[in-house]
Each structure stands twice: as C-alpha cells, then as structure tokens.
Design a protein around this ligand. Structure first.
Ligand code: GLN
Length: 234
C-alpha cells in the first residue's frame, strides 16, 4: 500500500489552537483514498528523519526558544530536504521558525531553519480573529482560518505569500499578505486548524508530498464550512 511519511516537529512544544487537527486531516484524507500514513513525532533531542512532509504547529514565545535552539542544528539537513522537494507546513510560531529568525519583545533573536526567506519581529498589538485570504495557487480561490499572533512577518526574495487578506491582518497588518510559500515550503498564521476547512489546500499538500494527483473526495461538509467562514469578520 502506498504510504506517506509525515514528521511532526516538536509537538510537545509547538501545538497550540488545535494544530493537531491538521495532521488528523492529512491522515484521514489519505486513508479515505487507501493511502497509508506513517507519523514520526520528533521531540527535543531526537534526530529529524527524511520525510515526505514535515509539520510544525504554533506556540508561545517561551516554547519557541527551545525549538529554535534545536532546529538550527538541523538547518542544513532541512534545507536539503526542501531542495529535494519535501513538503513543509508551519503554523504561526512554527511558520516563524521556518524563516531566518523571530525577534521576540524580550530576549535574544530566535534563529530559524531558513527554509523561507522571511523574518519576524514582535509587534505591539496581538492580532486575534478570523481571516480570509484571496489566493491564486489553489483550485478554490480562498483560504479561511483564525489568527492569534503578535509577531509581524516580512517576506523577501523569492518567498511569496499564500495570498492577500480580505479579512483580518495576516503576516503583519501592513502589506495585506498572509502566509508564505517557497518551493514546497508553506507557512501560515491560520490556526483553527487550517486544513479541515480548506480541503483543497490539504489535498494540494498531499499531492505535492506523494508526487501525483488524488481521486476527489465528497467534500460537501468541508466546502459548506469553508464557505460559511469566507469574509467572516472578527
Ligand atoms: N509566539 C508567536 C506570536 O505571538 C506565535 C504565536 C502562535 O503560534 N500562535 O506571534
């Protein structure tokens, strides 16, 4: 049976706001198609294995400190995996550590894996609320989710956003961008879990990770949920 290998990076440190729901979505959308999923949980001190897809959730600044210390040791390996076509999905705090660094209000700069040409600095205001993103790389032109962050992320070079916010703040509340993508690396501030209510994004990631298209699923409920959230304000 075809199997997709997923590595869950530091769930004991970064796993806020139901980010686990993203993994459950990837597992179910594979299983419903007869595709097996093998999940490796990587904790602080564990070696990071080769994988089809890497997932890292969100977390408070304090948890990001320990993950930053750890992930920089694997920077070369993770960039090599990126360049071989591995898929990465980082949510909020995990997204921030896929970039070059996150500078919290207090304390030292937290270095990241450098998978995305992006950096994050602490902002004075916490952005909390529903977000709708207009995007152009997915079959459905919108992504919906919930943001809760004070970090302000700025994209550089060839790293592009997932799209532009039509509701909510997104990366920094200034340039109307949300999230980031470069090669098969994706970062987003959309919590809530982002994948259950954006099945088109979930399938896009699975297709990239497996290297082939997928049979369609009956997504009536997921699409109804998605549409009920498009444009939902705070
Ligand atoms: N600590 C980071 C911030 O506040 C990330 C928060 C999160 O992962 N929700 O921006």
């Amino acid at each position: 049976m075809e199997t997709m290998k997923i590595t869950h990076l530091y769930p004991k440190s970064l796993n806020l706001y139901g980010d686990m729901g993203n993994l459950l979505t990837l597992v179910k959308r594979c299983e419903w198609r007869g595709i097996g999923v093998e999940i490796n949980e990587v904790s602080i001190g564990d070696k990071i294995p080769e994988s089809n897809l890497y997932f890292m959730g969100g977390g408070q600044d304090c948890q990001q400190v320990e993950v930053s210390r750890e992930i920089v040791q694997y920077k070369e390996f993770l960039i090599e995996q990126r360049d071989k076509g591995a898929v990465f999905l980082g949510i909020c705090g995990g997204y921030q550590l896929f970039g070059h660094y996150y500078q919290p209000f207090e304390g030292k700069k937290l270095l990241g894996a450098g998978l995305l040409d992006a950096y994050t600095v602490a902002g004075k205001k916490r952005f909390i609320g529903n977000v709708t993103v207009q995007t152009d790389f997915l079959v459905s032109k919108t992504l919906v989710g919930f943001e809760n962050h004070s970090g302000l992320t700025y994209l550089q070079g060839e790293t592009k956003p997932l799209g532009r916010v039509s509701t909510g703040h997104g990366n920094n509340g200034e340039d109307k961008t949300e999230g980031a993508r470069f090669k098969n690396v994706f970062g987003t501030y959309l919590h809530g879990s982002v994948l259950p209510k954006n099945p088109h994004f979930a399938d896009y990631l699975i297709e990239l990770a497996l290297g082939h298209s997928l049979a369609p699923l009956d997504d009536e409920i997921e699409i109804k949920t998605h549409k009920s959230l498009v444009g939902k304000a705070y």
